[in-house]
Design a protein around this ligand. Structure first.
Ligand code: HEM
Length: 335
């Protein structure tokens, strides 16, 4: 057993039990349902803005775009405008493809010793991380958008449309939402990769496992509520509308599982700004992605440069000429 994932797993189980027992045993609905979610949203928004402002105010003295293709050169050499953009339009395309399709991850390779070729180190294309990451992020997005139905009254028709497509397989009652199942499976795949792939496990830290366990916990408790234990959706809607209109109410008959679900969501929100999950905001401010590679075409002067007093060789020789001549050292000018 590895401490790097046992500790975060125990942490998530503790969060779940804390809320479940707090509500079922001690009747602390107001704490887990009202105080904690408000504090978590404040921590999320405040922390997110603070991190982004910090990055925005950081000095970027050098032009350091990652170059993954032919740069702009002589007219008869074909430039790769997206992987080595020299204009803002190319940078925009590169960012769009990175943000919506995780384009750089698509090139992911894995290194392994090839037993058939005397243990030669070989690199091969590894597409599964890209597929898993896309499935995870898009299903997460769809689940969050669908959840907006709890916080909006009337529910906009575009949300009903999304629900219709997400439930199109019409399996079971209540109908299966594809995104919820994909979210859980993709998060389990990403976790399994970190646990069972020795190379990835070696570089993984508790900070990598914790959000995965938390998201798995959130998805699993949500799925348990929808398909197995069932919850009073009308009561929950009055509760969520109370939160967004700042007139919080605690509905009767909503059990500990629901409060454990939103407690884990609150923990995720509060943890978000201090975690690696901030890559969501960081990608937009990443100088290796958001800069054009026109290093050679344009002279870039570091805006933080200050005037430096310099001492040229000429001045140096003027200063020491006589001593240099006496010592037999060569000089440019005799006098
Ligand atoms: C990070 C945010 C959240 C994630 C990832 C998440 C995930 C899920 C998932 C996967 C399900 C299973 C059913 C489905 O696919 O929709 C679910 C159900 C549910 N979630 Fe969440 N959830 C989140 C936030 C919330 C919040 C803030 C609430 C507060 C009201 C909430 C309340 C519920 C309820 C009531 C159900 C049961 C729905 C039903 O019976 O139809 N969730 N959640």
């Amino acid at each position: 057993m590895n401490q790097k994932y046992m500790v975060p797993l125990a942490g998530v189980l503790l969060l779940f039990l804390l809320a479940y027992a707090g509500v079922e045993g001690a009747g602390m609905q107001w704490f887990f349902g009202i105080i904690v979610p408000y504090v978590a949203v404040i921590a999320f928004v405040g922390g997110f803005v603070r991190r982004v402002m910090g990055w925005a105010a950081s000095a970027v003295p050098f032009r350091i775009p990652t170059t993954c293709g032919q740069q702009k050169s002589l007219p008869w050499i074909k430039q790769n405008c997206i992987d080595n953009p020299d204009k803002a339009s190319g940078v925009f395309m590169r960012m769009v493809l990175e943000i919506f399709l995780f384009r750089s991850l698509f090139r992911n390779t894995k290194a392994a010793f090839n037993r058939n070729e005397k243990n030669k180190l070989t690199y091969s294309w590894e597409i599964f991380l890209w597929v898993g990451a896309l499935a995870f992020h898009y299903s997460f997005l769809v689940v969050i958008i669908r959840h907006l139905r709890f916080f909006l009254e009337p529910v906009p028709s575009c949300l009903k449309f999304l629900e219709f497509f997400d439930g199109i397989v019409q399996l079971g009652l209540p109908g299966l939402f594809i995104s919820g199942a994909v979210l859980l499976l993709a998060a389990l795949f990403l976790l399994a990769r970190r646990i069972f792939d020795a190379k990835v496990s070696y570089i993984s830290l508790a900070a990598d496992y914790f959000p995965l366990f938390l998201i798995i916990g959130i998805a699993a408790s949500g799925i348990a509520m929808r398909y197995f234990t069932k919850v009073d959706i009308i009561g929950i809607k009055s509760f969520t509308m109370g939160l967004v209109t700042f007139h919080p109410v605690i509905p009767d008959g909503v059990g500990g599982l629901f409060y454990a679900h939103i407690f884990m969501v609150s923990a995720l929100f509060a943890y978000f700004p201090v975690s690696k999950l901030m890559h969501m905001g960081g990608i937009f401010l990443s100088p290796t992605r958001n800069m054009a590679n026109n290093n050679r075409a344009k002279r870039h002067v570091n805006p933080w440069n200050y005037a430096v007093d310099i001492h040229t060789y000429e001045q140096y020789e003027d200063h020491f000429r006589e001593k240099m001549i006496d010592a037999g050292l060569p000089v440019d000018k005799k006098e």
